[in-house]
Design a protein around this ligand. Structure first.
Ligand code: IPM
Ligand code: MG
Length: 359
């Protein structure tokens, strides 16, 4: 039976990069018998403008019915003055939480062709291949109580709650251990157990769950040290697993090790493997509509979708090989351009990937 993919282009460069990813999906439908049905809906600022909410009920309904979701990006200066409850980001956070997409996989892979694009020395990053597993539906992002209140003194006070149940910690650790089994069997759990009780519990559960995975080498690191080690010696890591907020921060740092955040895909999965797939980068409103954005992270997100939600690992491999091939051909979007390479726009890059897929 054909699977359903919901396409959510979103804001900024979202529609441009998603269009290229859809071309890749259509190419696989036509050439390789991929059986999928595509539907499209609004999310983020685009949804707010059209329907008054960043995650309209109609979009959520389609998202619930879909087997997988491909999202471009949300947000932009235009919506920054809105109440936090209806800002574009709430569309994304709402999808994550409503669909229970608790496991966020953010690989940081350095393409050898792009070693020059990293701000770090080639010997520090060459061969880099790490996976950050970020908890995505709990922690301080969703903890209650939260808000801004007025004190008796008249001064305002902002507060959020960092909170994790044992079951939430256990399930994300299991995702990390299972992924590590298919890689180098090493998991580094990142916490701040020296200061925060919540992450003291995180470490306790990590150790307990880890006992069921004797084949995995489990280590622990405080988040400040982890940030330092990421820029000092990132190749020491295989899989890193951490809380929602620490994962948000560390994954941006890890992405930049690879030279361009424009290259990195991500997957957000529920316990059944249903997932939302999106590039790690944002909506880049500064370059939106110019046709210069890098579509490769979104195209590589389709590869993750084929692997994790659609059970088509061979097609996923083919997309990754096609991307490798266009990089070998010397094609580069503006974010990854270097001397001697040929600069292309969003559409030309997408077309090149489709051509490589067909060859
Ligand atoms: C991310 C983003 C989001 C987050 C924003 C857009 C809400 O930074 O996916 O990393 O903080 O999770
Ligand atoms: Mg982020």
């Amino acid at each position: 039976m054909s699977k359903k993919i919901l396409i959510l282009p979103g804001d900024g460069i979202g529609p441009e990069i998603v269009a290229e990813a859809v071309n890749v999906i259509n190419c696989l439908r036509e050439e390789s018998g991929l059986e999928v049905e595509l539907d499209e809906a609004l999310v983020g600022g685009a949804a707010y403008d059209a329907a008054g909410h960043p995650l309209p009920e109609a979009t959520l309904e389609l998202a619930r019915e879909a087997d997988a979701i491909l999202l471009g990006a949300v947000g932009g200066a235009k919506w920054e003055s809105l109440d936090i409850a209806v800002r574009p980001e709430k569309g994304l956070l709402g999808l994550r939480s409503e669909l229970n997409l608790f496991a966020n996989l953010r690989p940081a892979i350095l393409y050898p062709q792009l070693a020059d694009a990293s701000t770090l020395k080639p010997e520090v990053v060459s061969g880099l291949n790490l996976m950050i597993v970020r908890e995505l539906t709990g922690g301080i992002y969703f903890g209650q109580p939260r808000g801004i209140r007025k004190l008796e003194s008249g001064e305002k006070e902002g507060y959020n709650t960092l909170i994790y149940k044992e079951s939430e910690i256990d399930r994300i650790l299991r995702v990390a251990f299972d992924i590590a089994r298919k890689r180098e069997s090493r998991v580094c759990s990142v916490d701040k157990a020296n200061v925060l009780e919540c992450t003291e519990l995180w470490r306790e559960v990590a150790i307990r769950t880890g006992k069921e995975y004797p084949d995995i080498e489990l280590s622990h690191m405080y988040v400040d040290n982890a940030a330092m080690q990421l820029v000092k010696a990132p190749k020491q890591f295989d899989v890193m697993v951490t809380t929602n907020m620490f994962g948000d921060i560390l994954s941006d740092a890890a992405a930049m090790l690879t030279g361009s955040i424009g290259m990195l895909p991500s997957a957000s999965l529920d316990k059944h493997g249903k997932g939302m797939y999106e590039p790690i980068h944002g909506s880049a409103p500064d370059i939106a509509g110019q046709g210069v954005a890098n579509p490769l992270a979104t195209i590589l997100s389709v590869a993750m979708m084929l692997r994790y939600s659609l059970d088509e690992p061979a097609m996923a491999d083919r997309i990754e090989q096609a991307v490798d091939q266009v990089l070998d051909q010397g094609l580069r979007t503006a974010d990854i351009i270097s001397d001697g390479m040929q600069q292309v726009g969003t559409e030309a890059m997408g077309n090149a990937v489709v051509a490589a897929l067909k060859s």
